[in-house]
Design a protein. Structure first.
Length: 123
């Protein structure tokens, strides 16, 4: 039996995760008007940082997913894979809920507290 080409499959995982991230980013970018109007923490990074960080994050998530999938026969790894998939689905659902549906008041409570400016503001 030939040895599977693990780097190729890892690349496939990365590409699939980047595609999903791109799709979620497209959903997000189509409804950002409200986000630009809220008062954000002074610790909020510039907009140019987000695509870079998310690309790195999704690459790392893909590599972890690939590793777990390759070792899913081990019972401990299989349990971890289940939790990984659950958190991944919740992660992917969060973006449309928070940005596309603009349910930011569900995310932080009705009157979020801005620690950088020490004031409360309405969403």
């Amino acid at each position: 039996m030939p040895i599977p080409n693990k780097p190729f499959y890892a690349l496939v995982w990365i590409l699939v995760f980047q595609f999903i991230g791109f799709g979620l980013g497209s959903i997000t970018s189509s409804n950002m008007d409200w986000y630009h109007t809220i008062i954000k923490s002074s610790l909020t990074p510039p907009n140019v940082v987000f695509p870079i960080v998310w690309s790195i994050l999704y690459t790392l998530l893909a590599l972890v997913g690939h590793f777990l999938w390759q070792n899913r026969e081990e019972q401990k790894v299989n349990h971890i894979l289940v939790f990984f998939i659950i958190q991944l689905v919740l992660n992917w659902l969060w973006t449309p809920i928070f940005f596309w549906m603009a349910l930011n008041w569900h995310s932080f409570g009705r009157y979020p507290y801005d620690c950088s400016n020490h004031r409360i503001y309405n969403n």
